[in-house]
Design a protein around this ligand. Sequence first.
Ligand code: GTR
Length: 340
Amino acid sequence: MNIPTNIPMPDGMTKEEIKEVLLREEYGYLPPKPDKVYAEEVETEEKFCAGKVIRKSLKIHFEAEFGKGSFPVNFTYPKSDKKVPLFVHINFRPDVPDRYQPTEEICDRGYAVMSFCYKDVTDDKNEFESGIAKLIYPNGRKNPTDCGKLGIWAWAAMRCLDYAVTLPQIDSDRISVVGHSRLGKTALLSGMMDERFYCAISNDSGCGGAAIARGNTGETINDIDRQFSYWFCENYKKYIDNEDNMPFDQHWLLVANLPHKVYVASAKEDLWACPPNEYLSCILADKYYRDAGKNGFIHPDRLPETGEVLHEGDIAYHIREGRHYLSREDWNYFIDYLER
Ligand code: GTR
């Protein structure tokens, strides 16, 4: 495979330095972590999914230096004598199950899921007054390097983690964060911000997520900025039609997920997310995982074929048939990997 040589590599940089570049230039700085996080149980269903699963509706409350707030979360877990691993799923909808969250199948495989609807945290709109954004940014005013919406959704995923690690039924060493598309970008950002995650899983995250920006044949920074500038911080605009001058590229986001695992999933027909560049990111991050004493990205020296599943390393990848979607097939591959 031809690996481009014009892509900046974070050689000799610490994780903190890499993270700093990504926050300053792309995502913006996230709010500080809260002093206190706790959950209120709103509703419990003891016999969910044929009685195999317990479902709870929760409200996650936090007390932070910028204020007190809450957002709704669903928590489902299989009845088990042993501690179970967990997915924190940043979802598009609050539904359980949901077309992107086959809850019964996930629980049948021995996994719990804590999910929230991203819009219940703050709207997916160019404003900073909805949901918890108004606490973080009083009067909706934010500085150019403050985080955009991806950062706020990622912050909420970390609050789920804060609560989840306190639960006796959850194996706190096996909590992964997962999201699709814009929420796949968010999952990788959450993974970078929080070392407690076991694995950060990006499904079809594309531009501003797993996909290398240089030479992206799908969505460009120009495209994403026209509709979704508020996902990022203002510095990101410097790279509109100017990818070649980025001092970083998206594989830095994978590298900054060290020391934990990272999983990148692509779909064959999802050309907007540019699968070859999602794969390239994994290849470029490989060396840094190895340097950190991990197994890197174990892959063939060619583009993957559709249906190929690369689970040998601490960076994992698959590409499946079909379009932009978080499917049961994707979930099964994620679980196969985490079970290894
Ligand atoms: C698209 C956006 C992509 C991706 C997708 C999604 O319109 O341009 O970057 O995030 O939305 O989240 O569904």
